[in-house]
Design a protein around this ligand. Structure first.
Ligand SMILES: Nc1nc2c(ncn2[C@@H]2O[C@H](COP(=O)(O)OP(=O)(O)OP(=O)(O)O)[C@@H](O)[C@H]2O)c(=O)[nH]1
Ligand SMILES: [Mg+2]
Length: 489
């Protein structure tokens, strides 16, 4: 996973980061933290990593069957954990000993599985600190895994993403990056760019010697290939953001068109109140659900119309705000009632890139009338929209609507298990940076610009990609990334 070429900057970074005292490589100190989530649970795990993990555990763990804690790797030992000063028992525990290098951090790791609940865990934690371990900072275990070369930076970020995953799609995407899918793409692009850099530099440096002239067409083709690869990767970022944060989806339309009924149909339960009185929903109703593996934050809104009482007007203001803030809008039009000026106003407010036109109450009209509405809307707006006719009553069209939602977010192919996605804002902006620099280099190559300038552009692209995987990094960047982790990870 990591070649010898990638080890050096890491070690330099480790040196910079560590100051004098807590160097992780060569591991001078041993860190400890509660690694399970806070709150009540059957068991809680206190994890220790570092050269003293085993000696510290040996001092306080009293195995039931043996005299001392077995140093054998990847074994569980049952026993008690005691304060070695007083021999007072703190808890009954299972202790997992995992010896370097086949561990999460590549250091010796000892996990103490004690009873759940804050008191037992805190008592064990305090004892281990008293015996010489240091409280870990958020993300420090994963940081050590990175510094010791077990994972690269994009993989480390996916550890945080796996922990935070809120949907099955988000989990699959993060696991894929954790396996190195994203890193492979980035390394390949970076490798190609370095190759081009080397060939340009060779012709510049040895121009008076017997080196062939630069193959400008070959260079342009090569850069175009990298550019396309980065562009494809960047296209996944909308999906990446959707998976990470959930897609805010607002259901809007004039009163009584069936917005709340649609929310209920998508959720498959009676969440919002439905009635034939226009103005039933007066405030926004929000629910989290999953469609095609993507976390969707559904927001049902008050029907938009002018007039109404004070409360309804407040509700309308909220729906307009929900519409502005939404990543995706389901604009609902009643197929069974005539088109109105309010409908036309709604169409004018919609952004075609993130809206789906939903014709509701399809059971009340013939299929021909669906098309009539949709072509009417297209003509009015001079735009082709994704459309869908649904009946919340019979459930017809709801699956098609689900597909249309997934398609708008993830593109035609949906979530493809083998393709990596860009998951964090950091990754997105670095790929954008690399893409811009590659495009600039390509333009230079196409117009025979000065070689030095082209090299400059390629170098910035290489640097941006290196910062993504951690091959080119700064201590500040590392601190920033790992500080966003939770404690004990
Ligand atoms: N036949 C039929 N009736 C529907 C359908 N969907 C909604 N309705 C009816 O339309 C009326 C309004 O439905 P709601 O879901 O409350 O509409 P709404 O858009 O949320 O209305 P407001 O909250 O007042 O803006 C109710 O009487 C529903 O039973 C449908 O698919 N078919
Ligand atoms: Mg409603």
């Amino acid at each position: 996973m990591t070649g010898p070429g990638t080890d050096l900057p890491r070690r330099q970074a480790a040196g910079l980061l560590a100051g004098a005292s807590n160097a992780s490589i060569g591991g001078e100190d041993t860190i400890v933290a509660v690694s399970t989530a806070p709150g009540k649970g059957a068991i809680g795990i206190v994890r220790m990593s570092g050269p003293d993990a085993l000696p510290i555990a040996s001092r306080c763990v009293r195995p039931t069957r043996h005299e001392t804690l077995s140093p054998d790797s990847h074994r569980l030992t049952y026993g008690r954990i005691v304060d070695p000063g007083s021999e007072e028992m703190l808890d009954e525990v299972l202790v997992a000993v995992m010896r370097a290098p086949q561990t999460y951090t590549r250091e010796d790791v000892v996990e103490v599985h004690c009873h759940g609940g804050a008191a037992a865990q805190r008592a064990v934690l305090r004892l281990l600190v008293r015996l010489g371990a240091r409280l870990a900072e958020p993300g420090e275990f994963t940081k050590r895994a990175f510094l010791n070369g077990r994972i690269d930076l994009t993989q480390a970020e996916s550890v945080a993403a796996v922990v935070a995953a809120r949907s099955s799609g988000a989990l699959r995407a993060s696991l894929r990056s954790l396996e190195g899918g994203l890193s492979q793409h980035l390394r390949a692009a970076r490798h190609d760019l370095i190759g081009h850099l080397a060939s340009i530099e060779a012709t510049v440096d040895f121009s008076d010697e017997d080196v062939d002239d630069l193959d400008w067409t070959g260079l342009a083709d090569g850069l175009a290939h990298v550019e396309e690869r980065l562009r494809r990767l960047l296209r996944t970022s909308f999906l990446g953001r959707a998976l990470e944060q959930g897609v805010r989806t607002a259901i809007v339309g004039r009163p009584n068109v069936g917005k709340s009924s649609l929310l209920n149909a998508l959720l498959m339960r009676e969440r919002a109140i439905v009635s034939d009185i226009p103005g039933t929903t007066r405030d926004t109703v929000e629910e989290l659900m999953e469609i095609g593996g993507i976390p969707i934050h559904l927001v049902d809104t008050a029907g938009v119309r002018s007039g109404g009482d004070h409360v309804e007007r407040l509700g309308v203001q909220r729906s307009l705000r929900a519409m502005e803030q939404a990543d995706l809008i389901l604009a609902v039009f009643d197929l069974s009632t005539p088109w109105s000026e309010q409908d036309a106003r709604l169409i004018r407010r919609l952004d075609p890139a993130r809206s789906i036109i939903v014709g509701s109450k399809a059971d009340l009209v013939d299929a021909g009338e669906h098309e009539c509405l949709f072509t009417g809307i297209e003509r009015l707006s001079q735009t082709i929209w994704p459309t869908c006719a649904v009946s919340a009553l019979t459930g017809d069209g709801i699956d098609q609507l689900r597909n249309a939602i997934v398609q708008l977010i993830a593109g035609n192919e949906g979530i493809r298990p083998e393709e990596p996605v860009l998951a964090t804002e950091r990754q997105r902006s670095l790929v954008q940076e690399a893409l811009d620099a590659t495009a600039a280099a390509l333009e230079g190559a196409a117009s025979n610009r000065d070689e030095e300038l082209i090299c400059e552009d390629i170098r910035s692209a290489v640097l941006a990609l290196g910062r993504m995987t951690g091959e080119d990094l700064t201590p500040d960047l590392l601190e920033e990334i790992f500080s966003r982790f939770c404690l004990g990870k």
